[in-house]
Design a protein around this ligand. Structure first.
Ligand code: SF4
Length: 305
């Protein structure tokens, strides 16, 4: 019996993926820096400046509206180089995000709760209940807040929100904050200190010394993640703390044009060829060639899984 031909993977509205260097797909995750700066000073993190800026609502709305009009189903993650809990109107910002994107995109917030000191449980309650992110990833470092929840302080809220699942990460797959969530999922993920879970990299030499450990190795992060800073500039990846390689500005060119900018494409080409000679990639020890080496999967294409 002859072998059947494997069908070509295409999605409506997208060009055929011809090669790894050809990047027509949307980012599978868009990371948005609501706040720049954080005062916690976690050992594994390079951010050392206190919170000093946050993304203007107008800028965020125009990003969200474009994502919606493009029908990109990318995961939206509020993280980057500052803790979102310092944002003066985080709940309203999350509400606005949910209103604009409806259930098209999975939404997650990464925080330690550092900005909620004195009213941490109340703020977490509001974020989960009224902000309606699919996942709050609460880091168990710096503030000790996740530990208090683990010891039982959050049980009352969990019983009020019957669809909320509280879990440890690393732990069961459903508690993984780096996955795509179903629209009806509400997860509180208590994330272990990355140093203890041995999941630390040098953040391009910003957190730990530069190294040639990954020299000549591919990096596929800019193929799959778009990282938007508070002021609209887009950096090559989340490790670019100082903005050493800015590949565009969504406040000038919008989201799609920036994602396909010549500077972005040049960085992708270099990194796919294993060329890490340019900052911030020189000295970076991060390897991203696992799942990312198979970009033509539904999730890599910003589609639902
Ligand atoms: S090599 Fe490092 S700094 Fe460069 S894009 Fe990859 S993860 Fe980011």
């Amino acid at each position: 019996m002859g072998r059947t031909k494997t069908p070509q993977l295409t999605l409506p509205g997208l060009r055929k993926v011809d090669s790894f260097l050809d990047s027509p797909w949307p980012p599978y995750v868009i990371k948005i820096e609501l706040v720049s700066g954080c005062s916690v000073g976690c050992k594994f993190c390079a951010v050392r400046t206190p919170p000093d800026n946050w993304m203007p609502i107008k800028g965020l709305v125009s990003v969200l509206d474009e994502i919606r009009s493009l029908r990109w189903e990318s995961r939206i993650v509020f993280s980057m180089h500052g803790d979102p809990s310092y944002h003066p109107s985080l709940v309203e910002t999350l509400q606005l995000t949910r209103e604009r994107l409806k259930n098209m995109n999975s939404i997650a917030v990464f925080t330690t709760g550092a900005g909620w000191r004195g009213r941490s449980l109340e703020m977490l309650d509001q974020v989960v209940r009224h902000g309606e992110p699919n996942c709050v990833a609460l880091g168990d470092y710096g503030t000790g807040f996740a530990g208090r929840i683990r010891s039982g302080e959050y049980l009352a809220l969990e019983s009020l929100l019957p669809n909320l699942r509280v879990g440890e990460w690393p732990g069961p797959k459903w508690a993984n904050p780096d996955r795509r969530f179903r629209s009806d999922e509400r997860i509180l993920s208590l994330c272990a200190d990355p140093i203890r879970s041995k999941n630390v990299h040098n953040q391009s030499g910003n957190a730990y010394p530069e190294t040639n450990y990954a020299e000549g190795r591919q990096c596929n992060l800019p193929h799959r993640e778009m990282t938007i800073r508070w002021d609209g500039t887009v950096v090559v990846c989340e490790n670019d703390m100082k903005g050493e390689l800015i590949v565009g500005d969504v406040s000038i060119d919008g989201v799609e044009k920036t994602w396909r900018s010549a500077a972005y494409e040049a960085a992708r080409s270099r990194l796919t060829a294993g060329d890490r000679s340019q900052r911030p990639c020189s000295g970076c020890d991060r390897l991203t060639t696992g799942r990312a080496a198979r970009p033509a999967l539904t999730d890599r294409l910003g589609g639902r899984v």
